[in-house]
Write a protein that binds this ligand. Structure first.
Ligand code: 23J
Ligand code: MN
Length: 258
């Protein structure tokens, strides 16, 4: 039997499951709050073009407005100054092969429950690899923090007097994953791929700086990572083909063996 008919049979039999790693996208979707000196990204608005009325008696459709980096979304290398001159760095030019890869899931739920600013260090990576094997080239590395359980905007963005607080990667971990493991990119449950306090790190937003400078991608606001094994799932994360796009909302799917 051919590989693809085996795949279809496994999906039909339920021995392969499709897990949706995507948050609902709508007016309540939280968007990152940068300091007011910077441009703000608009949240989602839906405006009805017609709904079985005089504007369209048999059809319903909407106009959508939002920033490229809204809800569950993809960060392309051109999003950051370090990746701005790389080849194939935009949503319309990234080769589609790079949207598909095996998932490595780093479970930091327990650590984050104790420390919402937890950073995943090279020592944590070494411990994960001792248990699960080396992160393979072309992997999607997913940081399972439990953050998607925060369902109110206030709890999800977690902004305090000194700015937002949420977990992320230590810069040296980002460097190892990008340069030594040659991953596709990293995915997180939080609003962005950097820790909440990372605007004050040196350099600011080190994960964006490092990943995009190496031509790697980001996935933000993922959910259902608790349904994935540490290794063995396959993730498909393909952004809209926006011409010159820096990223886009997308549907992220994982194939998981039962
Ligand atoms: C712009 C500036 C800082 C950050 C971000 C965007 C994101 O998180 C993003 O969506 O890429 S941290
Ligand atoms: Mn983004």
């Amino acid at each position: 039997m051919s590989l693809l008919s085996q795949l279809v049979d496994a999906l039909n039999a339920g021995s392969l499951r499709v897990v949706d790693l995507t948050q609902p996208l709508g007016p309540d979707t939280p968007v990152i709050d940068l300091p007011p000196i910077f441009g703000a990204s608009p949240g989602v608005t839906l405006e009805t073009i017609s709904r079985f009325d005089e504007k369209g008696p048999a059809w319903y459709w909407n106009t959508i407005t939002m920033g490229e980096h809204t809800g569950t979304h993809f960060d392309a290398p051109i999003h950051w100054i370090t990746g701005k001159d790389l080849p194939d760095n935009r949503t319309d030019t990234i080769p589609p092969r790079q949207f598909v890869g095996p998932a490595c899931v780093f479970d930091i739920t327990a650590e984050v429950a104790k420390n919402e600013d937890f950073l995943f260090t090279p020592d944590h990576l070494a411990a994960w690899e001792a248990k699960h094997g080396r992160v393979p080239k072309g992997a999607w590395v997913l940081l399972r923090s439990g953050w998607s359980a925060r369902t109110t905007k206030a709890a999800f963005l977690n902004v305090k007097a000194d700015g937002p607080h949420s977990p992320g990667f230590h810069q040296e971990t980002s460097r190892i994953l990008a340069r030594e493991r040659d991953v596709l990119g990293v995915g997180v449950e939080t609003v962005g791929t950097d820790a909440g306090q990372a605007g004050g790190f040196t350099p600011p937003f080190p994960n964006h700086t490092t990943m995009h400078g190496a031509g790697k991608f980001g996935l933000a606001s993922l959910c259902n990572l608790d349904q994935l094994p540490a290794t063995g799932a396959v993730v498909i994360a393909a952004p809209l083909k926006i011409v010159n796009g820096s990223g886009s909302p997308l549907r992220v799917l994982a194939l998981v063996a039962q």
